[in-house]
Design a binder for this molecule. Sequence first.
Ligand SMILES: Cc1ncc(COP(=O)(O)O)c(C=O)c1O
Length: 464
Amino acid sequence: MWTRPRDQQVGLPTHTLDVDRVRSHFDFADLGRVVTNNAASTQPPRELAALLVTLTKGYENVHRGQSIASQQTTELFEASYDTFAQWLNAPSRRTIATYRNTTEAINAVMYSLLTDFRDGDNVVTTMLEHNSDFVPWYGMCREILPRFGRHVECRLARFDHRTGELDLDHLAELVDHRTKLVCVTGASNFLGTKPPLTLIRAIADGSGYRRDDGSSGSLLLVDAAQLVPSSYVDVQRLDVDYLAFSCHKVLAPFGVGILYAKERLLAQARPFLYGGDMIATGRVAPDRVEYNDLPWKYAAGTPNILGVIVSAYALRLLPDLVGVDGSTRWFTSTAPLPAPLVAETMNRVGRHTAELTDLALCEAMSIDGLSCYGPAAGLPRSPLLAFNVAGVDPFALAENLGRLGVEARAGCHCATLAHRDLGLDPPASCRLSFALYNSRDDMTYAMDAVRRVTDQLRRRPGLT
Ligand SMILES: Cc1ncc(COP(=O)(O)O)c(C=O)c1O
């Protein structure tokens, strides 16, 4: 493996976050890796690996045993739901469901709502979406509902090709009195755009869609896979109906996605998965099944118990890593996470990653032939930059960056609609994305490597 020279491994402290201190919790930092593919997945801190080992000593199923081990694991598992709720400032654990990832969480909403769509309804989503927040709606509208004789349209709002901003006027035009649901990304994983969720909420509220309970307005789902890792998200303030994110993008291991939904929606909806534990104890008869209380109505089958617990602890560790409250170790405490603590933690992470992104964007602008997509430096955006260099294959660029230790990603990043809409052929770009543990040295080294590799590839286009 390529190793970065030792003297380049030390990050400058920034005004917002002590990066050296953060990095001391991660093994990758000692390997000289320039970890800049964080929009795909972040690295796990050492504490979580240790926690996993500790948990395996009391390894047992949840809600399925009377042993002390089972009871203790159940307690930890249930408390994880409280942590997820606190992280999002959700009213309670009753508004939380856990799935494998964001994709599964959005599919869960689709399958739960499926039969509620009326013939002639529509779903409005955007050309900015990750495939996880387009393909389920495409599938529902084009493949599933037509088989039941119901026709529901999937409409796509445009974005401005120059600025990457969502065309709100177009979105407002598409939303009408037959729009049951508006689905939008909180932060794009390709352009970096952060659509204004408060305005979109207002557009959805004003749609005039007639709900079964007599009220009116469209539901709003936010794909927060790229929003939660670098910002404070308060679901009550945003007043979203559904919000999904993946814990593997917030320091946790793979395998856990969180769905927040308003309690009344979860209470009245059909479950996505049917089976054990999601039923009310003893309330199953051949002709009648009753469901468990929230949130366990949405926890069919043995869940990813250790993954869920460790994911909650990944969130609890963040304030400690960022050093927001020097007097408490939230990772080892069981106290509820106060909303101001979470807000300050994520504001610091957001400021740090935004600073790195802006600096990288400015560097990028000085590289001959390089075009970055999305909002300009200084504007709200997710901490990533996706770009192409005239005459350079993005895959060759990413591979060569990899040889220099810079972990980039080339492809369409599952934002296929936006790549195609921009006329990119192949529909691909090279992307660098930052997390709280990235130093300024990482950024400088990565951008320097981009400059060197593009020069080389331009001179020898066949080089891979
Ligand atoms: C904006 C966005 N939505 C959804 C996803 C899907 O996440 P997962 O693969 O964890 O389901 C991603 C992953 O990169 C993403 O960036």
